[in-house]
Design a protein around this ligand. Structure first.
Ligand SMILES: N[C@@H](CCC(=O)N[C@@H](CS)C(=O)NCC(=O)O)C(=O)O
Length: 195
């Protein structure tokens, strides 16, 4: 079995997949797309986005599809809940993190002036407030770490690793949850990316 992960160390979607591969203890080779300005990625996949996985010659594009593929090939330890309904909720939360939360974080990264930055921060805080309620009295979303936790964490983690942005201290529950994830993933600091 040979796995190549076309990725960049700073991408939150690539971090999602590195975490899944680590949980499942699957060995893989990294192709750093920044090294050749995405030439080998474009040649291999015909597009510019990472992550892309080459699994014994089979090409899979998009972190959600890659995670699902890895779950099918390496079911244990599993990264989705076993119950059908819980799995549906997990997929919804993964999608919310990848799309909705990601969009506000991108907005903050792209803000070109103080006014735009303030507006983006307000948008992001709407989601952080929801998470602050959601994680109250909770560790993982379900009974153990699943794609819901991994997808939410990797978006929030990007604020620290790439944007040097700290979630406001008033969101104590989100702070505690991010710290809980950091410890579970054995990261020495929130400013380090996983694996
Ligand atoms: N939905 C995709 C999003 C992937 C994505 O947006 N990747 C970004 C890095 S975080 C990228 O490669 N962007 C390069 C580009 O758009 O040119 C996934 O989950 O894999």
């Amino acid at each position: 079995m040979a796995i190549r992960l076309f990725q960049s160390q700073t991408s939150m979607f690539c971090e999602k997949i590195r975490i899944v591969l680590a949980i499942k203890n699957v060995p893989y080779e990294v192709v750093d797309v920044k090294k050749d300005d995405r030439k080998s990625l474009i040649e291999y996949s015909g597009q510019r986005k990472v992550p892309v996985m080459d699994f014994d010659g089979q090409r899979i594009i998009d972190s959600t599809l890659i995670a699902n593929f890895l779950e099918e090939r390496f079911p244990e330890p599993n990264v989705y809940p076993r119950g059908e309904s819980e799995k549906g909720l997990c997929l919804m939360l993964e999608d919310w993190a990848d799309e909705v939360l990601n969009m506000t974080i991108r907005g903050l990264r792209r803000a070109e002036n103080e006014e735009a930055r303030k507006e983006a921060e307000r948008g992001l805080e709407v989601h952080i407030r929801s998470l602050d309620h959601f994680f109250s009295g909770k560790g993982f979303v379900f009974d153990r770490m699943t794609m819901a936790d991994i997808a939410i964490f990797t978006q929030l983690h990007y604020l620290y690793t790439v944007m040097q942005y700290e979630i406001p201290a008033s969101y104590k529950t989100v702070h505690a949850w991010v710290e809980f994830m950091r410890q579970t993933l054995k990261l020495s600091s929130l400013y380090d990316s996983a694996a």
